[in-house]
Design a binder for this molecule. Sequence first.
Ligand SMILES: [Zn+2]
Length: 656
Amino acid sequence: MVRRAMIIGLDSAVPELIKKFAEEGVLPNIKRLMDEGVYGEGFATHPTLTGTNWTTIASGTWPGTQGASCMWTHFEGEPLNRVHSSFLSTTSRCERLWETGEKVGKKSILMKYPCTVPPTIKNGIQVEGSGAPWYGLDPFEISPSMCFSNYPLPRARHVELKAASGWSNVPRSYSKPLETAVELRSKSVESKVTYNVLVIDSEGKGYDRVVISRSKDANQAVANLSVGEWSSWLKEEFEAKIPLYPKYREDDKIVYEDAPVKRYTGTFRFKLIELTPDAGRFKLYQSQIFPTTGFTWPESIAKELIDNVGPFQEHIGPNPNFCNWIDDETFLEELEYQAWWLGKASSYLLSHYEWDLFFLQWHGPNHAQHAFWGGIDPISPWYDEKNASKYWSYFRRFYGAADKMVGDIVKHADEETLVVVLSDHGHIPYVYGAAMIGNALIKAGLLAYKRDSSGKLVVDWSKTKAYPINSIHIYVNLKGRDPDGIVEPEEYEDVCNEIISTLYKIRDPKGRCPIAFALKKSEARMIGLYGDRVGDVVYGMAAGYIACLEPTEDLEEFHFIRGAISVTDDAGLGQRAGPLPPNTSIHGSSIPSSRLGLGSIRVPLIMRGPGIKKGYVMRNHFWLVDIAPTVAYILNMPPPANCEGSIILEALSQKP
Ligand SMILES: [Zn+2]
């Protein structure tokens, strides 16, 4: 029989929680795989980021080799403030298992596996595959999610409620009906759809329901909602540019590849989040508007999945929750929907199409842990014992949703199928504060800013010797290599040394150094960082600290920032309701071996199948570069061309 493999990725699943929840019975499918296979813990590559590590898992390469060395990667010779999204397949330059597989006649299914668009598969099936976790940056969405409110909320669209007029078939209302209109807009072109919203008092206890209709005829309504209710999935036509791939980013400006404007059907749903009896507070949520075509290869797969499973929603991130558009419950419901959809859609493809290799990543645990970790971990500054059981119940829900998804997939694994369940990095709580790396470099005379003609603060390249790029790279502004280079090649070593000593001088209020290590690129080969896509100095943060590159007026070298906002996107600056700030746990610049509180950055690995030990817990640690060669070995296929990892011998029961 031909051997096959399933690689099931649970983004940022933490070993400590996998073990705990498996013991508790929250993860019956994962527990069964552990009992019938091996369980181990290992290290991500540094930086401990999503794009980098999913590419490592699929290719067996270190970041220096794969060339996608951070969330956004600088290409040598371009302006130092220009970076490329590592979630595009074009940013990495390594062969991945599905490409290796195609060379030997194997077919792959890629289900939302990160960093795989534009697609490179030729004979297989691919569903989406950007994986970029940022709000509003999905290349396929028609519109990100939106909130319509009649009071100020960050980034929400303001609407006014006024006396309703011109409606027909108005349902019984004990108070005078109110109305507003909400506009759904395509993000790439001027294309919008307007819905009329009628607000009624159905029981004489104050306003309690909304009727949503394209026309002002309540009999044509697409939804009639009370607080906490979702509409069914709705469909509308929009014009949009899809896919909208980012060409590069300079500072906060993203330049996109162009795409033709076409008409797409978009699916979405509404949820009434808030309506007070006096209608003083009204909040209506619109989920991400995702097209029904254009995000699968072959094209026809999208329709098959939507018809057989339901509409796809790519972005289920915490930003709407951080901006107080939606409550925790709604955030969890979106997470659960996506995990359910991925499980069912995978199950459909695995049973209807030929495959040898299957790859899936679910980003849900990462989004949810950033949002809620502070609620469960006593070391977190925001931990409050009286709320802990509520937050633990959230964790059981999204880990449980991951387990159900795993169950839907592994039922298609036979005795000759290798099942691999793993994460790309763990999480640790954000506890201590931020090393203000930009400020420290400015104070050391290595980095300079000036005001441009519009008054905006911009880098003064004529006085800048060192430029930091999120999350771990600092570049020397080198003459002859960088467009605005001022550092002579003979000064290069001195500037590198100066950057390193500047980093090590940073202290928190208790006198501790927040930097775990800082290395010259020439010395960082041991952690896979080398070559033309890596900073001249690389660093990692001690557990519980973050790095903040943005300069502040005070030029202080250390700040306590409420919520680790610099590791997520800017919409995290919201006014989240409840005790937790926007972002309560971290990874990325945290080092692969970090442990803190209930968490760790290490990754869990579960393998079951031919040639794998049964019921065995590995004593040794592995690296994520070891996954691809191990899978290739079990399947008796060559490892990916650039593979640098080793076969995880300890997991093998015999020569396959
Ligand atoms: Zn991740």
